[in-house]
Design a protein. Structure first.
Length: 247
């Protein structure tokens, strides 16, 4: 390990699953850089909460779909300044609609953030991790990338593509001791899912063998494992965290 601070970068970490992942990595001893696209106050609060608990964290505005912005961010904040060891591609958006009424721009923007954004960040991180000759990349996919979901053609396609990206980059980076894996959450209780009608949540629950919804901590623990030395011989895999919803 270099003299620079061992760092984990978590995109889209102002709240929900991303925030919980950032907190878990901070508790494990990493300096955490968390990014946000629009929730500046929430991201700063997330970083402050980590620091208040004794960890190290900084929040940065970053549009992961903008290649120039990502390249500049890595050049000014990551390269030669930190010992980047972990990248968690968590940033994602939804724009749900049935196929026949889905607008082109809604398809494009979901693919741009959820899939292309992960590709751009992975490309920049890989350039550092290859030279470091070790590292961990964890992509946050989704059960709908494995099963599909009505009204989410764009999101399902993006998450399925993210699984493909995981497997391809795992093969490319393995020779430099960099592992690339994905975590595919099922129904996780977040602000977004809590806003769903009770009838919809009841329908989802019927399809979960464990008969409960997941918590952000369930996903964070899976990420923490894949980012640890214990998972050093695991790469190119998709770890489903879904209560048996799809297995």
């Amino acid at each position: 390990m270099s003299e620079k601070t061992l760092t984990a970068l978590v995109t889209g970490a102002s709240r929900g699953i991303g925030k919980c992942i950032a907190e878990s990595l901070a508790k494990a001893g990493y300096q955490v850089y968390l990014t946000y696209a629009s929730k500046a106050a929430e991201a700063e609060t997330a970083a402050e909460d980590i620091r208040a608990a004794g960890g190290k964290a900084r929040a940065f505005h970053l549009d992961v779909s903008d290649a120039h912005s990502v390249k500049d961010f890595f050049a000014t904040e990551i390269k030669d300044k930190t010992d980047l060891h972990i990248l968690v591609n968590n940033a994602g958006i939804t724009a749900d609609s049935l196929l026949i009424s889905m607008k082109d721009e809604d398809f494009d923007k979901v693919l741009d953030v959820d899939l292309k954004g992960a590709f751009i960040c992975t490309r920049e991180a890989a350039r550092i991790l290859i030279r470091r000759r070790s590292g961990r990349i964890v992509n946050i996919a989704s059960v709908v990338g494995q099963t599909g979901n009505a009204g989410q053609a764009n999101y399902s396609a993006a998450k399925a593509g993210l699984i493909g990206l995981t497997k391809a980059t795992a093969k490319e980076l393995a020779g430099r001791n960099v592992t690339v894996n994905a975590v595919a959450p099922g129904f996780i209780e977040t602000d977004m899912t809590r806003a769903l009608p009770e009838s919809a949540k009841a329908q989802y629950l019927m399809n979960i063998p464990l008969k409960r919804f997941g918590a952000p901590e369930d996903v964070a623990e899976a990420v923490l494992f894949l980012a640890s030395d214990k998972a050093g011989y695991i790469t190119g895999q998709v770890l489903a965290v879904n209560g048996g919803m799809y297995c």
